[in-house]
Design a protein around this ligand. Structure first.
Ligand SMILES: [Zn+2]
Length: 160
């Protein structure tokens, strides 16, 4: 089995990075980062650079990189999935914090009671908590939208 690809996204690809995290991919993103630093981290941690910067991607010094063409996040996601031969998996989604890329862990209701609004606490059984920054996630209406987008991408990419 091939290891799941890991990514580092350049500063222009914040939304793509967030979606890759939602889909369970280990993806680093910094709002401000110099190319040199981006390349250094990518090489050190074995990550593929995702970038809108043609010159950066073409440079021999850059190493493993993928030039993202589209300006639309969903299209960008498809570019990554296709280029890396990834079949997106709904089961792998919701494994990473969209804020910090930390791993999400199941949390008991009692453990999140001070961080979640009361109405959510009463009506929700499953909680996830980021092991790094502590952000709490729960199944809300936005999950259905996210699921729909992922399913659409899965269907669109199909078998290749
Ligand atoms: Zn986090």
């Amino acid at each position: 089995m091939i290891d799941k690809p890991r990514f580092i996204a350049d500063a222009m690809l914040g939304s793509l990075a967030k979606w890759l995290r939602i889909m369970g991919f280990d993806t680093l993103y910094y709002r401000v980062i110099e190319d040199r630093e981006l390349v250094r981290i990518a090489k050190q941690e074995g990550r593929t650079i995702l970038s809108k910067d043609n010159a950066l991607c073409r440079s021999k010094k850059t190493g493993e990189s993928l030039l993202i063409q589209s300006d639309k996040t969903v299209e960008q996601l498809k570019e990554v999935m296709n280029a890396c031969h990834i079949v997106p998996d709904l089961m792998q989604a919701y494994m990473r914090c969209t804020l910090c890329n930390g791993k999400l862990l199941p949390a008991e209701r009692s453990a999140v009671s001070t961080e979640v609004p009361d109405y959510v606490l009463q009506g929700t059984n499953a909680f996830l908590k980021c092991g790094e920054c502590g952000k709490v996630y729960w199944e809300g209406s936005h999950k259905k939208i996210i699921d729909a987008v992922i399913v659409a991408i899965i269907e669109d990419i199909g078998d290749y």
